[in-house]
Design a protein around this ligand. Structure first.
Ligand code: IPM
Ligand code: MN
Length: 372
């Protein structure tokens, strides 16, 4: 297969983790005889420094003309600590999501058996955790009208949703649930918010055309508690933009490190793949950042194009690194391995793997049947 892939390394640890994902994609090209063309472009704080805007015109154009976008990370402390900044790196990512129409953000949360002891939660609570969050990505409070009074003392952000915005992601989530364990949980705040009541109405109605899927509802405050108390009860979680942002960080704790979780952002015409973690500026250039979330995001990219066997080869190489403890210090404080070494190990194991086709218990499947 030929694919044009736009690489947007972004800020902080973005470039160094993305480099490892590209190594793995190159290993896939070599092993499975594909041809991927990579083109890099600036986004985020680095683009503000270079071009004055967080999403330069050329970067957007490149993404629109690529088959997929692989994204690193975004954000820098000088903006985080300056509420008056007029231009912010994150605007680049939000604009990209919106311009590419990436309305569905898919975030699988699965416990790696080899890491079960690393979780801050008890083994008996987290074992068997395997759910996927469908987070609406181009609507709600993130994109609603923002106001600040002239004297700067009153501010508001509008949370608005249309039936159309709700139903297009709801259908994807129902389809995913149908292919998985047939349970869908809508997370909202329908006891307080009008927009959440619309979500309930629309999702309930759509549920009628998926009779095999068991639909239930949780208020987001309760959901936040249930994810920690009993994560294995969830199969597919469907939720709006901001609730999805918050509970997916919470979900990442279950597996022991936020450095493990990948995500896919899908629209009708475009797709982007990125770790759920941030730019972790304190670690930039230190060769300590965990590249696994970025590498697994590349696996989701492969999966998206139907390259399931290739995605599986990446996932089993990741599993091998975990099993052999070739991991970054977030997973093992004594580890002497850095980002680059872990990336090399995983990429080499894609090339050398003699068991690419051998899907065993240790392989955490990212194949369509298992993630979505
Ligand atoms: C995420 C991030 C982004 C978000 C930020 C960087 C704008 O936290 O992808 O979860 O809030 O969506
Ligand atoms: Mn987030």
């Amino acid at each position: 297969m030929n694919l044009k892939i736009a690489l947007l390394p972004g800020d902080g640890i973005g470039p160094e983790v993305l480099r490892q994902a590209v190594k793995c994609l190159q290993a896939v090209e070599e092993t499975f005889d594909h041809s991927f063309v990579y083109t890099e472009a600036p986004v985020g704080a680095i683009a503000i420094d270079k071009n004055g805007v967080p999403l330069p015109e050329d970067t957007l154009k490149l993404c629109k003309h690529s088959d997929a976008v692989l994204f690193g990370a975004i954000g820098a402390p000088k903006y985080d600590n300056d509420p008056n900044a007029k231009v912010r790196p994150e605007q680049g990512l939000l604009q990209l999501r919106s311009e590419l129409g990436l309305f569905s953000n898919i975030r699988p949360v699965k416990v790696f058996p080899t890491l079960i002891a690393k979780s801050p939660l008890k083994k008996e609570i987290i074992s068997g955790t395997d759910f996927v969050i469908y987070r609406e990505l181009t609507g709600g409070i993130y994109f609603g009208e923002k106001k600040l009074s002239e004297d700067g003392t009153v501010a508001s952000d509008l949370c608005e949703y249309s039936e159309k915005e709700i139903s297009r992601i709801a259908h994807l989530a129902f389809k995913a649930a149908k292919a998985r364990r047939k349970k869908l949980t809508l997370v909202d705040k329908a006891n307080v918010l009008e927009s959440s009541r619309l979500w309930r109405k629309v999702v309930t109605k759509i549920g009628e055309s998926y009779p095999e899927v068991n639909l239930d509802y949780l208020f987001v405050d309760n959901a936040a508690m249930q994810i920690i108390l009993n994560p294995s009860q969830f199969d597919v979680i469907l939720t709006e933009n901001m609730f999805g942002d918050i509970i997916s960080d919470e979900g990442s704790v279950i597996g022991g490190s936020i450095g493990l979780l990948p995500s896919a952002s899908i629209g009708n015409d475009h797709a982007m793949f990125e770790p759920i973690h941030g730019s972790y500026p304190q670690a930039k250039g230190k060769d300590i950042a965990n590249p696994i979330a970025s590498i697994l995001s590349a696996a989701m990219l492969l999966d998206h194009f139907g390259l399931n066997e290739e995605a599986m080869a990446v996932v089993s190489a990741v599993n091998k690194s975990l099993k052999k403890n070739i991991v970054t210090p977030d997973l093992n404080a004594e580890s002497k391995y850095g980002t680059d070494h872990v990336g090399d190990f995983i990429a080499n194991n894609i090339v050398d793997s003699d068991d690419n086709l051998n899907i065993n218990d240790e392989n955490i499947g990212l194949g369509k049947s298992t993630i979505i």
